[in-house]
Design a protein around this ligand. Sequence first.
Ligand SMILES: *Cc1c(COP(=O)(O)O)cnc(C)c1O
Length: 361
Amino acid sequence: MANRVYNFSAGPAMLPEPVLQKAAEEMLDFQGSGMSVNEISHRSKLFEQVIRTAEQDLKELLRIPGNYRVLFLQGGASQQFAAVPMNLMRHKKAAHIITGQWAKKAAQEAALYGEVANIADSSDKTFSYIPDCSDLDIPEDADYVYICENNTIYGTKFHTLPNTKGHDLVADVSSCFLSEPVDVSKYAVMYGGVQKNIGPAGLVISIIREDLITDDVLPGTPTMLKWKTQADNDSLYNTPNCWSIYICGLVFGWLKEMGGLSEMKRRNEEKAAILYDYLDNSKLFRGTVRKEDRSLMNVPFVTDSDELNDLFVKEAASEGLVSLKGHRTVGGMRASIYNAMPKEGVEKLVTFMEDFEKKHA
Ligand SMILES: *Cc1c(COP(=O)(O)O)cnc(C)c1O
């Protein structure tokens, strides 16, 4: 047996063990081909089946309506920061809600292509909450409203989508992708880098309402970044990230086997409650996010001492609880507890925190 740890990294993050085992089994001979999935042509029947099954399973899991396209793209979520304005900025104006570093980066990228209206912002309290988005001042001619739905670094989540007043909503869902059921029809575009909750880095999945996939893009948009190019070629315009698509497909299969996204939501709520309940009662540790805005996926917490924070991260690692250091811009700790983190991992973390608290309180 491999000596596995509980990996609390924000991404690349833990993958389901059965998925890794299956990939290991199939590594040398993928479905009787005598080749690894890393060696077969992306134009082969075998790979065609891999990508189409992955797409179908994703559509099923998220109940994606028929008027949406699923694109498997490269360049990570960060590449979509540019692709979104290039494909959508017909009036050269976007309305952004700034709830953290990733939201900020997306707004900065969009500003290269047009005007960006900052319509709400939670930087005044180090992004520890989600602003009230029920009645925002959105420019009439804005092409879309943009959010980062789950803020990986700060551990906040939009539990209610903003009132976009009829504008299209674009959401970066990298760190909450497939963590619970969502109503896809409320989004014009949702996209996420898969390395947070789904698969290996280097792949971004964009789910785009069909009417937004057109030739009417900003002048100079690279062929590869034009969604229409990718849609017309069923995500096979050039050689895709075959490996990541294959692993994502296995993860989709795993999610279906586990009972789909409602069951994931139940498990994720259960896991997060174990950790948050402890944090709310601890005298040493405390969560850093306003309660009603807490993420189920990323849980930042601190003690009042930098030395204790460092010691905690170090001692936890020696117990097989790894990657608990907070983001470099925030400090403290962060436990990312995505779909693949078993409940036992969170229980073990909390037990360790209790022991640590007894020693240091
Ligand atoms: C990690 C992350 C990104 C960046 O993803 P890349 O694939 O590395 O570009 C963007 N947005 C969010 C919310 C993230 O968590």
